[in-house]
Design a protein around this ligand. Structure first.
Ligand code: AHM
Ligand code: MG
Length: 330
């Protein structure tokens, strides 16, 4: 059953009761509004000719899908004029994008993965937009973004699945909103989302098993041993290959998600990006009572060294994340 609390009303109440900054509320609204347009583009798919390869690569050397490029441009265009941000950084752009001189500068920095899981887009599996908001700092624009995840003032994602959902935290718990297409508004449908501390469900790309480090090998072997092993219970596995969908499942019913460091490429300590994926998702997971580490430290405590830095990610139900993390010290 849908509540009658829209995102607009939720943000207004948060401003009145929790002193949510007016500009931050306006920025979240603007991101949400743009994501409704991205959702429309995603849902049109082949009808709008937006599926398939863009024929370009991003700074990470990954092929871009048409919708990666479209979603990235929609966020830039949707936010640049608002006077709420002084720069934007994206998984799809080599450098941070300054705000054009004709528009006012704002107090925040916006980071995003415009279409996470986009390898799934052509097969009609859920994808999403992940975003992170920081306060602007001093000095050269790009270096202002290099703040630890604990400095995020808000983070969230929009999942383009059977329903389009916005999941948001401004540091006061995690709220889930479902897009009501009749009125074009996100409505609060999952208040105060919490992650159960125990779980029997894990998500990892098993095809990389031979490349993992010993602590992850041990942990997964114990899960696979099920009832007959040291864990004494059976575990179930899921792998969507869209981080937004995995994190959403974990926020809904618990679980552990891992994209651990592996030995494929020594220059890449993990596949996922700290600034656009790991930090915002870790912020949400911690706000929902879960845990998120790189195997040794809380992800949000890591001092970023570069915009496109990669990191090992282990997040979800606290008991499991703590167990794998402990294995890294044994
Ligand atoms: P992307 O941002 O280029 O879409 O890459 C990130 C995605 C995550 O959503 C997902 O967890 C992972 O890559 C899937 O990787 P794999 O291809 O190893 O299954
Ligand atoms: Mg991504």
């Amino acid at each position: 059953m849908s509540s009658s609390i829209s995102l607009a009303r939720f943000l207004a109440t948060a401003q009145q009761q929790q002193h949510l900054d007016h500009d931050l509320a306006a920025l979240i609204s603007a991101v949400a509004r743009t994501c409704v347009s991205i959702s429309d583009a995603v849902s049109q798919g082949a009808l709008a000719g937006v599926l398939g390869e863009a024929g370009t690569g991003n700074v990470q050397g990954e092929d871009q899908k048409k919708l990666d490029v479209i979603a990235n441009q929609m966020l830039l265009d949707g936010l640049a004029w608002t006077g709420l941000v002084s720069g934007m950084a994206s998984e799809e752009m080599e450098h941070a994008s300054p705000i054009p001189a004709e528009y006012p500068q704002g107090p925040y920095l916006l980071l995003f993965d415009p279409l996470d899981g986009s390898s799934n887009i052509d097969v009609n599996i859920s994808v999403g937009t992940i975003f992170s908001i920081l306060k602007r700092g001093e000095g050269e624009l790009e270096s202002q973004f290099l703040q630890a995840g604990s400095q995020q003032v808000a983070a969230g994602y929009v999942l383009y699945g059977p329903q389009t959902m916005l999941v948001l935290s401004t540091g006061q718990g995690v709220q889930g909103f479902t897009l009501d297409r009749h009125c074009g508004e996100f409505m609060l449908t999952q208040a105060n989302m919490t992650i159960p501390t125990a779980t029997k469900e894990f998500a990892i790309n098993m095809s990389n098993q031979r490349h993992w480090e010993a602590p992850v090998q041990r942990y997964i072997a114990e899960l696979l041993a099920g009832k007959t092993g040291v864990r004494g219970k059976d575990f179930n596995m899921r792998w969507v290959a869209s981080m937004v969908a995995e994190v959403h499942r974990i926020l809904t019913r618990g679980g552990i998600f891992m994209y651990p460091r592996d030995a494929r490429d020594p220059s890449k300590p993990g596949k996922l990006r700290l600034m656009y994926e790991a930090n915002p998702m870790s912020f949400l997971v911690e706000q929902a009572g879960g845990a998120a580490t790189n195997g040794r430290e809380r992800i949000v405590s890591l001092q970023p060294e570069g915009l496109h830095q990669r990191v090992s990610v282990i997040l979800g139900s606290k008991e499991e994340v703590e167990r794998v993390t402990q294995y890294h010290f044994e």
